[in-house]
Design a protein around this ligand. Structure first.
Ligand code: 6GU
Length: 225
């Protein structure tokens, strides 16, 4: 998978890709991530990328021309499965979306800033808009890193244990059951006997039950989906 990230804050977004799972995916050649600094596509001597909004109001809006120049340059090189815009006024990211995106060949991620981008960017280029939750971040950079993590770890071969992504919270719209490791007794706090029983069908049954109970209690909305 190739990911092209268009941003005004490249330094803010790069470090998650230089560590951990995303670094491993990149080192293994399973993912390729390219950063494009929107400023380099800015207009005039000052490389202008934003302007006041028509109709008045506080906050600057990212202009269409620099974004168009950057996106058109990428589209001239290859085709893209999705051109994604990270913005709080969009449907919330969930596991189903991450699963679908992990099958993509090439994606572009545009991260917003200030008051957002000129609506005509969204109308002309964007094929998918994603928020990562009901709160406001300063910019879409961290949200783009979150999206990339959720998607890239699902690419076959990225995770060491191929089955582990399948048992994640949310993979079946259920939260994960509780997990334990040694010691079996910590100051009187005991690991449930069933997990020490060696009866694997019973253990799976217990885990399903606990996953359901936990979901019912913390995220009942997931059970309605
Ligand atoms: Cl994608 N961007 C910003 N700026 N804030 C957010 C978000 C995205 N998702 C949740 N909050």
């Amino acid at each position: 998978m190739r990911v092209d990230i268009i941003t005004v804050e490249p330094d803010l977004i790069k470090s998650p890709f230089q560590n951990s799972m995303m670094k491993r995916a990149i080192d293994k050649g399973l993912a390729e991530v390219h950063f494009h600094n929107l400023r380099e596509f800015g207009q005039g001597n000052y490389r202008q990328i934003d302007d006041y909004q028509f109709g008045g109001g506080a906050g600057m809006v990212l202009m269409i021309e620099p974004i168009a120049k950057c996106i058109e340059g990428l589209l001239a090189e290859r085709s893209y499965d999705e051109i994604i815009y990270m913005t709080p006024d969009a449907p919330t990211l969930n596991q189903a979306t991450a699963n679908t995106l992990s099958l993509s060949e090439n994606i572009i991620i545009l991260t917003g800033h200030y008051k957002g981008v000129d609506q005509r960017v969204r109308d002309k280029y964007i094929t998918k808009e994603i928020s990562i939750g009901d709160y406001v971040l300063t910019g879409g950079e961290l949200a783009a890193a979150v999206l990339c993590d959720a998607v890239i770890r699902l690419i076959p071969g990225v995770l060491g244990d191929e089955t582990s992504a399948l048992t994640d919270s949310f993979q079946d719209n259920l939260l994960s059951p509780p997990v334990y490791t040694r010691p079996a007794d910590y100051e009187g706090m005991k690991v449930p006997d069933i997990l020490l029983s060696g009866n694997f069908p019973k253990i799976e049954e217990w885990r399903s039950e606990k996953a359901y109970e936990r979901t019912q209690k913390i995220r009942p909305d997931l059970l309605d989906e």
